[in-house]
Design a protein around this ligand. Structure first.
Ligand code: FAD
Length: 298
């Protein structure tokens, strides 16, 4: 069995991630974004959750608005860091009563200066808690790290910790973004060796802004390959070139991943539709060309 064969049996699914908007203008902009991305008929949208429950209401309201306006499933994230069991139970109850069936369960990161962890210290404990409280009601997504979580003592431990979340009852995983597809293929291969048998969907971050990408990548431990960084730095303030290059690189990455049998793509949109739309249009065009080529050869 070659790398990725274990993932090919899963039906690919596509999703776009947003964060809950803060201002009325941002709410309006997100509505336009979700409307535009709806035309790709994704399997679901997802909405992040601020650590310690800081966006608890906004996450839920955003999920509700998206589902009402687009008719497409929206999955709220939930994190356990800095929250009591009672608070987490309440959030689960709100999600469940609203008919939500899919959630993304995370540990979360506390903003610097906040040290209080709460009773659940890791995402596997959160998954276990959700299963104990709500049985099989939710489809639970968890996070995976092909380039390894920055706090993990070593790759082996990080893989074992990832397995704990699956063993606790998670149904599928979404990865941190990466630009080295080889890291993902090896990660998936290692997971298979550990007997992990769930879809591990690659998370993809469109490249829109160099300094923002560097900042995020420093924080979450994603590596920006040297050749990508050098080219982005060379473009300086030339946003048009950065955009074109970013779309090209990310389209190639998605095509490579799907070509190797990745079970879908989860796109970190940063609440903007333009880059995601361009990437999807490119992928659709590529697919059409492949089909046309097959038809003309056949
Ligand atoms: P965990 O799985 O708990 O892992 C965290 C660290 O602890 C790792 O180093 C792991 O090796 C180690 N570990 C795990 N379990 C154990 C254990 N039982 N014993 C000892 N060590 C252990 N953050 C938010 O605040 N809100 C969001 O909405 C959000 N959405 C995200 C969506 C995706 C798809 C991804 C990939 C990340 C998201 N994050 C979000 C970021 C995430 O919260 C951080 O990456 C966080 O640092 C780790 O979360 P986790 O769920 O992976 O934690």
């Amino acid at each position: 069995m070659s790398v990725m064969d274990s993932q090919k049996k899963f039906t690919p699914r596509y999703s776009f991630e947003f964060f809950p908007p803060r201002t009325p203008e941002a709410v309006g902009k997100l509505q336009m974004t979700t409307e535009r991305l709806s035309k790709y008929r994704p399997d679901f949208f997802s909405v992040t959750y601020g650590a310690g429950g800081s966006t608890r209401t906004r996450t839920f309201e955003t999920v509700r608005d998206i589902t009402e306006k687009t008719g497409i499933e929206a999955a709220p994230h939930i994190s356990c860091i800095g929250q009591s069991l009672e608070e987490i139970r309440e959030v689960l109850e709100i999600y469940k009563s609203a008919g939500i069936k899919r959630i993304v369960a995370l540990r979360g990161d506390m903003p610097s200066g906040h040290a209080a962890y709460g009773p659940l210290r890791h995402a596997n404990e959160l998954v276990e808690f959700i299963r104990n409280e709500t049985g099989d009601h939710f489809h639970i997504e968890v996070a995976a790290y092909p380039e390894f979580h920055p706090q993990a003592p070593n790759p082996k431990k990080d893989l074992e910790n990832f397995k704990r979340k699956i063993d606790a009852g998670a149904n599928s995983a979404i990865t941190q973004y990466f630009y080295n597809s080889e890291a993902y293929y090896r990660f998936v291969d290692d997971c298979e060796k550990l007997g992990i048998d769930v879809p591990i969907v690659p998370g993809v971050m469109p490249i829109i802004n160099c300094s923002q990408l560097v900042r995020f990548s420093d924080a979450c431990g994603a590596e920006i390959p040297r050749w990508i960084l050098k080219r982005l730095q060379e473009f300086g303030d030339d946003r048009v070139s950065i955009r074109a290059f970013g779309i090209d690189v990310t389209t190639q990455l998605c095509a490579d991943l799907l070509g190797h049998g990745a079970p879908g793509i989860h796109m970190y949109t940063m609440n903007q539709s333009e880059a995601s739309e361009a990437i999807w249009d490119n992928l659709i065009l590529k697919k059409r060309k492949e089909v046309q080529k097959k038809v003309s050869v056949g």
